[in-house]
Design a protein around this ligand. Structure first.
Ligand code: SF4
Length: 416
């Protein structure tokens, strides 16, 4: 996969499960409902992580498997059908229903694929019904989006016409910025998956080029390739350099001249560099260690090293998809240790030896490390915050600078 040694570890790992992705997917796919077939633990995870949603008509819920179901005593499919019929008759605004598998549904081998097909037939295909797994067994939280988009692509009709599809969830304002930049380059219209509305219909086929804005879309990438689409391989659009390289890879594919390209990006690129410079004074020369969590680790490490002058120590990622991360690996491999997977105790030992200035990790590790006086950044925050493309480059750098500024202030206060 690369010329660099990659430490592969399999052991206890500390990550959220793929159900977490529902929290950002439901905001984007506004006519969809995500129905988790799971346990009380799954319901609690969703409710506590999405606290504000209790005030709104929710677009996700959990069918709770009871002990009798787990023991195989109840006819799960009959109960599932009954609950879904009840939901859909009450909620006519639902146009897409995702049945989301969990650890318990996987353990009892409840076939949600069969259930989705049966239910779609029952409703005469008037509602799109699909399924994906958010189970926490051997997965990490961003894989929920990957599994969801893979399902969406599997169900798209065939279309061999020329088109560009961008894959990955972004906040609407960021998506608009991306479309505007591509339009200024003369590229478009651009289609984005996931769509806000199932009426935005299109197909996929041999005339499709696609680019990913999120590095965790490995299965989605593979599904596109299987449908005959061509991947535009590039670094990810984080920071000024990442955004320029990502846009150029697309522009080059579409025959845009470098002169025109440079003209279009000149102003936003200058703004991005200026905004990043604000935090660079804090980050420059500081060391950073990434525990594997969001799968954003490699592109973010590249941004921090190239544009903010940070020193990379270990960059851990839950999975490495070689086709998606080729460019990031080439940038990071020579300057950092890369690890894939996790054996948390061994990794904590390596972390203690390195003793970095900043640690990027999941919530489970952040609190104990903060307790030891370390500066940490929650990796989940980077998935929920607008961080892509030029206009967000300054905010992205600031997210990493903030814990170091806070630590500096606390140290100063303690000394006074
Ligand atoms: S899917 Fe698994 S890991 Fe996630 S909340 Fe449910 S039981 Fe826990």
């Amino acid at each position: 996969m690369s010329d660099f040694p990659i430490l592969k570890q399999r052991g206890q790992h500390e990550v959220f499960c793929g159900l977490t992705a529902i929290l950002w997917l439901h905001r984007k796919m506004q006519d969809a409902f995500f129905l988790v077939v799971g346990s009380r633990t799954c319901a609690h995870l969703l409710q506590s992580a999405a606290g504000v949603m209790i005030f709104a008509e929710p677009r996700f819920g959990t069918i709770i498997l009871e002990e009798s179901d787990l023991a195989g005593m109840a006819d799960m499919h009959t109960e599932l059908d009954r609950e879904i019929e009840r939901l859909l008759s009450r909620r006519t605004d639902i146009k897409r229903l995702f049945l989301v598998g969990s650890c318990p549904s996987e353990v009892i081998k409840l076939d949600l694929d069969v259930a989705a097909k049966r239910l779609a037939k029952k409703f005469n295909n008037s509602i799109q019904i699909a399924n994906f797994s958010g189970s926490g067994i051997e997965t990490t939280f961003t894989q929920g989006e990957d599994a969801c988009l893979e399902t969406v692509i599997r169900d798209l009709p065939a279309d061999d016409s020329q088109q560009l599809i961008v894959l990955g969830t972004m906040p609407d304002a960021v998506e608009d910025q991306m479309k505007s930049l591509l339009s200024d380059l003369g590229i478009g219209p651009v289609k984005v998956i996931p769509t806000a509305d199932q009426r935005q219909k299109f197909g996929v086929g041999r005339g499709t080029h696609f680019a990913c804005v999120q590095p965790f879309l490995g299965a989605t990438h593979d599904a596109m390739i299987q449908r005959g689409a061509k991947h535009i391989s590039a670094p990810f659009p984080f920071g000024a350099n990442g955004t320029t390289d990502w846009l150029w890879a697309i522009a080059d594919t579409y025959g845009v001249s470098r002169d025109h390209f440079d003209q279009v990006i000149a102003a936003p690129l200058a703004r991005a560099k200026k905004a990043v410079a604000h935090s660079k004074s804090v980050l420059q020369g500081k060391s950073v260690f990434f525990f594997p969590d969001s799968q954003l680790e490699l592109p973010l490490a590249r941004f921090l090293a190239q544009e903010c002058g940070m020193t990379l120590t270990e960059v851990g990622t839950p999975y490495l998809h070689s086709a998606l991360l080729r460019h990031e690996l080439d940038a990071i491999g020579p300057i950092a240790s890369i690890s894939e997977g996790q054996d948390v105790d061994l990794q904590l030992d390596r972390h203690a030896t390195v003793n970095p200035d900043l640690t990027v990790c999941g919530l489970g590790l952040a609190n104990p490390l903060e307790g030891q006086g370390k500066s940490t950044k929650w990796s989940i925050e980077l998935v929920f915050s607008p961080v892509h493309f030029y206009e967000q480059a300054g905010d992205l750098a600031a997210l990493f600078a903030r814990p170091l500024i806070r630590k500096g202030l606390l140290t100063k206060e303690a000394a006074e």
